[in-house]
Design a protein around this ligand. Structure first.
Ligand SMILES: [Zn+2]
Length: 420
């Protein structure tokens, strides 16, 4: 196979930001690229969470087929929270196709499993040893001072520390990627920048507000990403396909809605007195509870330890929960734009393990599904929050993009370009 493709991911970046910064001159190379390919808005996964969205981007499948619904899930028949990793992914990523692959920093690919090529997992990677395939590359990663993610604890307090960490992580990732570009043979080279999501969460207001103390640093980070894309772009052969893609959008957070507190207030959820028990604190009589960010599960009899909703009652409980959220208001405004039922959005053999309902928040509303929250509404310490409709996709290659692409369309387009 001679045809090659390069995929550059930029985590957490809305169409609007790329459109804006390329036209403003902050990302001149991307502006130039726009003349050569198709640049469009792309729908993220539901929920619009990186682990779900990247899982769809790399497999071309729906959560009902790849079985990743969030950063957390409950172990079957328990209220024990677990964190699904790449071993839980039930659909094949595109690098199981024929060809040679270089895959760097794709979220939710930890632990790294074997492939024909190289893989360095993205967040969440608890240790670098198991994030690398083949492990012989570990020494080289260390030589490049490679870091999977920034230290958000330090960065939370001091924006200058955040920028220092973001730039350091970006530089080492870019340098290591250039090394691999030259060193190993590949048909598909995929590199994801994830600092963009961290920056968006911490300082989205610095992007929106030109008078913000850190506005110019915010732009500088994207200008550096543009240069990095240029450096790879200029090394490409003219016939290579180029994909640039984000997993979800971002916007300013106005207020948090703690879904479990709303469920409790409406009488669907009963929590005991010991919050240290986490989801095991769920008491008898609970009819529904939530996992992050807005995934609602009916507490079905036989499915959960203290499940009480009988099969014949499930539809009625679903309707009641839907109504409660559809009419939820904050300062006279609707908090929830849409409530999806499982069968509206999921298809495939693992649909049943997905949530019964997924809430899509209205503009500025940040949904939180943690079990420990104490009030229905509160303010977030972070500035930016994910959005679903406005991820972006740029493709320059021999393939035809549908009018409203979703994250599930990336692999089919790649396959078209590569003749798989
Ligand atoms: Zn994020």
């Amino acid at each position: 196979m001679n045809q090659r493709a390069v995929i550059i991911g930029i985590d957490g970046v809305p169409f609007r930001l790329m459109d804006d910064l390329s036209q403003q001159g902050v990302m001149p190379y991307f502006n130039q690229l726009r003349e050569t390919g198709v640049f469009t808005q792309m729908a993220s996964s539901i929920p619009e969470v990186s682990s779900v969205s990247w899982s769809s981007i790399i497999t071309g499948k729906n959560p009902g087929e790849h079985s990743i619904y969030g950063f957390t899930e409950l172990l079957p028949s328990t209220y024990t929270l677990s964190f699904p990793n790449s071993k839980k992914l039930k659909a094949n990523p595109f690098w199981q196709n024929q060809g040679e692959f270089c895959i760097i920093n794709v979220p939710s690919t930890y632990p790294a499993s074997s492939l024909n090529g190289v893989l360095v997992s993205g967040f969440i990677s608890p240790d670098l040893e198991r994030a690398v395939y083949p492990t012989s590359l570990l020494e080289i990663l260390n030589e490049f001072h490679y870091k999977v993610d920034v230290d958000t604890k330090k960065a939370r307090k001091f924006p200058m520390v955040l920028f220092k960490e973001l730039f350091e992580a970006l530089e080492s990732r870019v340098a290591f990627s250039h090394y691999l570009w030259e060193k190993i043979p590949w048909n598909v080279f995929m590199l994801v920048f994830t600092g963009s999501d961290r920056l968006g969460h911490f300082l989205w207001d610095a992007y929106e507000d030109e008078s913000h103390e850190y506005h110019s640093q915010f732009l500088q980070f994207f200008s550096r990403i543009d240069e990095a894309i240029r450096d790879f772009g200029e090394k490409m052969n003219p016939e290579d396909a180029l994909f640039i893609v984000s997993d979800h959008g971002m916007e300013q957070t106005q207020v948090n809605v703690n879904v479990n507190c709303v469920l409790e207030q409406e009488g669907f959820l009963h929590r005991g007195k010991d919050p240290r028990k986490g989801y095991s604190n769920i008491q008898e009589g609970t009819r529904a509870f939530a996992l992050d960010p807005g995934r609602i599960y009916i507490n079905k009899k036989g499915k959960f330890p203290r499940g009480c909703v009988e099969p014949g009652e499930e539809d009625a409980v679903l309707r009641e929960v839907c109504n409660a959220f559809e009419s939820l208001e904050i300062q006279g405004q609707k908090a929830i734009a849409h409530v999806y039922e499982n069968h509206h959005i999921y298809h495939g053999p693992y649909s049943e393990s997905g949530p019964d309902l997924v809430l899509m928040p209205a503009r500025g509303i940040n949904l939180k599904g943690g079990i420990l929250a104490e009030t229905p509404f509160d303010q977030d310490v972070l500035s930016g929050k994910h959005t679903q409709k406005d991820a972006f996709l740029f493709v320059c290659g021999d393939c035809s993009i549908s009018e409203n692409p979703t994250v599930e369309d990336v692999v089919p387009l790649l396959a078209e370009c590569l003749g798989w």
